[in-house]
Design a binder for this molecule. Structure first.
Ligand code: HEC
Length: 188
């Protein structure tokens, strides 16, 4: 090995060592910067080469993400209520309810209350400031709905309530429906 290569190698090794291990709050040493700053365009980043300079692209026409299942009742509450059948109907086991509870408490409780009691009773920091108080989801009205109607409201929203399709994956929405049914039973 010639001397300069040897020195360079030793220097690199020292740098590599100094960049590993616990370093408190010190910034990382970027040894090989190409690996850290990838040329890939991140979502919402400026992109010189795209037509509108937006990093996000419109998917090519006629394509769908892997695993995507179209929702055919986007504007058809009645159709959803009538035709969507809850594959977990009546399942109140712990696993089902824990999944439902996780998504309900993450996404819905802030407005509808942890017990589904509705915005006025729930007194959450969000619902307090809303002009239209989020209604109870354990009301007689919602109790009378078919499960498909509840699924539809989670997927598409209702009135001023936005859709939660992006927050609750399709495969966990029925668990949320069952959890609301569970809250309804608890409220009796
Ligand atoms: C930011 C507050 C907010 C969040 C979060 C929220 N909702 Fe709502 N929700 C509302 C409001 C407000 C309404 C009444 C909307 C309307 O009818 O215009 C409503 C309506 C509903 C209704 C219909 C009740 C009725 O009597 O018509 C159901 C069911 C419901 N929400 C369930 C949910 C579920 C399930 C989640 C979580 C996935 C959720 N909501 C998240 C505010 C919220």
């Amino acid at each position: 090995m010639n001397l300069s290569v040897g020195i360079a190698a030793a220097g690199l090794a020292a740098l590599a060592l100094s960049s590993c291990g616990p370093r408190g709050n010190k910034a990382n040493v970027e040894l090989i910067q190409d690996m850290m700053e990838s040329p890939a365009i991140k979502a919402q980043e400026y992109d010189e080469t795209s037509p509108h300079h937006s990093g996000m692209r419109v998917p090519p026409e006629g394509t769908a993400p892997v695993g995507f299942e179209p929702y055919r009742y986007a504007t058809d509450v009645e159709g959803a209520s009538k035709n969507l059948k809850n594959p977990l109907a009546g399942q109140m086991d712990e696993t089902t309810l824990l999944v439902g509870q996780k998504y309900y408490e993450t996404n819905c409780a802030i407005c509808h209350g942890f017990k589904g009691e509705g915005g006025v009773a729930a007194k959450s920091s969000v619902s307090e400031k809303m002009a239209l108080k989020p209604p109870a989801v354990i009301s007689d009205k919602v109790k009378a709905w078919p499960d498909g109607h509840l699924y539809h409201v989670i997927t598409m929203g209702q009135g001023v309530m936005g859709p939660y399709a992006a927050h609750i994956p399709q495969k966990y929405r029925w668990q949320v429906v069952n959890y609301i049914r569970f809250l309804e039973k608890q409220s009796k």
